[in-house]
Design a protein. Structure first.
Length: 327
């Protein structure tokens, strides 16, 4: 019987158990996929802890790549035998085989291997919607500065390269010398080691006191106010995660006082709500990776059975780039 990593209660990595899970036939609009590799993302931690609540028991995982085994009625863009990859709700990619909605599953170009695909779909589509669709009111032009937190992480290293390809001056933050070097190596114009430097002061210095047009922030509570302080008037604070915990409530007047700022809280799943939108975004990702302008760095691989250790390492900030689980 196929195996999967499930939780029956919210909590720490110790809640994650390898279980046998029967898998049936795909219904209308569904496919059955046999995973070759599964992606690890911080959203998996939020779902494990219950910060993002789901019905229990829950098979974790939002990202995977493998071979389509069967398709249900009405599925026309995929067929049995296709190589495929996805970032998708509902969770369930920490598994050998699963049945899932077909609409966010994309056929994988032959030039992209399964590990790369599993390490890039959620993170690469996130970088795509941030840099191409989540834009300040003044827009972004080549030469503009943007601030990107966690620049040495999975989304960050993709964003560093993609921003460079777009002609943007990406200022990245990262913790420690090695992570800072990694972000620079991947196209960041400037990197700030937040363990040693005040990132707000450095951003102001780099931008000649002006600040940036947009901050992309997946850290949450610890960086929120500092991020706002890095923006120029009419700048955009794009929050897309809570790695340090959720941002506490604040008075909207704060945005006025700091320069008529804009604030948005984004999630990938709004952007990939339709088959057409998902495919259009994936096509851009496949093109930029296929061309070599963005390289996907897989720095950690774990057997599926060791998923709990992968979570511990991710939460302890021990990982860089993308991480995949091998079923």
């Amino acid at each position: 019987m196929p195996q999967a990593i499930q939780i029956t209660a919210y909590g720490g990595p110790e809640q994650m158990k390898l279980v046998d899970l029967p898998v049936g036939e795909p219904g209308p609009g569904e496919i059955r996929i046999r995973h070759v590799a599964c992606g690890l993302n911080f959203i998996d931690v939020y779902q494990r802890t219950g910060l993002y609540a789901n019905p229990l028991p829950l098979t974790l995982g939002m990202e995977g790549a493998g071979i389509v085994e069967a398709v249900g009625e009405g599925v026309t863009h995929l067929q049995a035998g296709d190589r495929a990859a996805y970032a998708s709700n509902p969770p369930g990619s920490y598994s050998q085989v699963r049945v899932m909605p077909a609409k966010t599953v994309c056929r994988l170009p032959d030039a992209i291997d399964f590990d790369t695909a599993a390490g890039m779909m959620l993170k690469g589509l996130t970088a795509q919607y941030l840099l191409k669709k989540t834009l300040p009111v003044q827009g972004l032009q080549p030469g503009d500065h943007v601030l990107f937190h966690a620049a040495a992480g999975g989304v960050g290293l993709i964003a560093c390269q993609w921003a460079k390809a777009l002609g943007l001056q990406l200022i990245g933050t990262a913790g420690g010398t090695a992570k800072c070097a990694l972000a620079l190596e991947h196209g960041a114009a400037h990197v700030i080691d937040y363990t040693k430097e005040d990132f707000v002061a450095r951003v102001k210095e780099i931008t000649g006191g002006q600040g940036v047009k947009v901050v992309y922030d997946s850290i949450g509570k610890d960086t929120f106010e500092g991020s706002l302080n890095c923006l120029r008037p009419f700048g955009l604070m794009a929050s897309f995660g809570n790695a340090s915990g959720p941002v506490p409530p604040f008075a909207p007047g704060m945005l006025a006082a700091k320069g008529s700022l804009y604030l948005t809280r984004q999630t990938l799943f709004t952007h990939i709500a339709t088959r057409e939108s998902t495919q259009a975004m994936a096509n851009e990702l496949f093109e930029v990776v296929g061309s070599g302008r963005v390289k996907i760095r897989i720095d950690q691989r774990y057997p599926l059975a060791d998923a709990a250790q992968a979570h511990r390492d991710l939460e302890a900030r021990k990982t860089t780039g993308s991480t995949v689980l091998l079923p």
